[in-house]
Design a binder for this molecule. Structure first.
Ligand code: PGA
Length: 253
């Protein structure tokens, strides 16, 4: 099974830098890694062109919660699709926390992404405080339940679920494998209540994000708990991101 590896550039890179990165990574060949680049809105179209004839997917980092209309400053799902995206990050903790995105708003976005056949990379994760107060599981279940509440026929929908504990993002701290396995059990149970027992195994790709780098990525490959990674800091330099993909490609479990 191929592992997913998504570069989340966040609010970094000019159009020129984004295109140079895309052209460079396009020359690499991986048979066990499915790559995606989550570029900023202004670079999407140019990166889509640079990625033509490659299997690397293009993701937006957000979409507006309405289909079109009076929403100054937002970018719609149709617009990212027109620019060449097949995926979108929804519910990233930086947007939940810094821009007050609620589970309700995230649910509207997930519904729109599905309506337009854009694959969501749906992010969930607890803060440090929630973890310390033993609220991790209830927070995750609530994010999943409320986030998916407006998605019709969930049982038919594929998704990438990114578990990104907020305390691990950009901090150099990572989750232990035992905790990750426990989180997977918790989210699997939440999904089985929403969409049936088989749903998680059949339709959900469970990936991890939070300080993944060249030194720790192999730790996560020793069992089949996760299907891939969402990478911020360690994806910014193309050489680093290619090295991450090579470690995954060459890992013998
Ligand atoms: P990080 O970011 O790899 O820099 O921790 C991950 C993310 O926010 O998606």
């Amino acid at each position: 099974m191929k592992k997913i590896l998504i570069a989340n550039w966040k609010m970094n890179k000019s159009i020129e830098d984004s295109v140079a990165y895309a052209k460079k990574i396009k020359k690499e060949k991986f048979s066990k890694v499915d790559l995606s680049l989550a570029a900023s809105f202004t670079s999407l179209e140019a990166v889509a062109k640079a990625l033509q004839k490659s299997e690397i997917k293009l993701a937006a980092q957000n979409i507006g919660h309405l289909e079109s209309g009076s929403l100054t400053g937002e970018v719609s799902v149709d617009m990212i699709k027109e620019a060449g995206c097949s995926q979108v990050i929804i519910g990233h903790s930086e947007r939940r926390i810094l821009l007050n995105e609620t589970n309700e708003l995230i649910s509207q976005k997930l519904k729109l992404a599905y309506a337009k056949n854009i694959m969501p990379i749906f992010c969930v994760g607890e803060t440090k405080e929630e973890k310390q107060n033993n609220q991790r599981d209830s927070v995750l279940v609530q994010q999943i339940k409320q986030g998916l509440s407006q998605v019709p026929d969930l049982a038919q929908k594929k998704m990438i679920l990114a578990y990104e504990p907020v305390w691990a993002i950009g901090s150099g701290q990572i989750v232990d494998l035992a905790d990750l396995q426990e989180v997977k059990r918790v989210v699997k149970r939440a999904f089985s209540l929403l969409a049936g027992n088989q749903y998680f195994e059949e339709k959900v790709k469970f990936i991890y994000g939070g300080s993944v780098d060249l030194d720790n990525v192999a730790n996560f490959l020793t069992d089949d708990t996760i299907d891939g990674f969402l990478v911020g800091g360690a994806s910014l330099a193309v050489e680093n991101f290619i090295s991450l993909a090579e470690i995954i490609e060459n890992f013998n479990s």
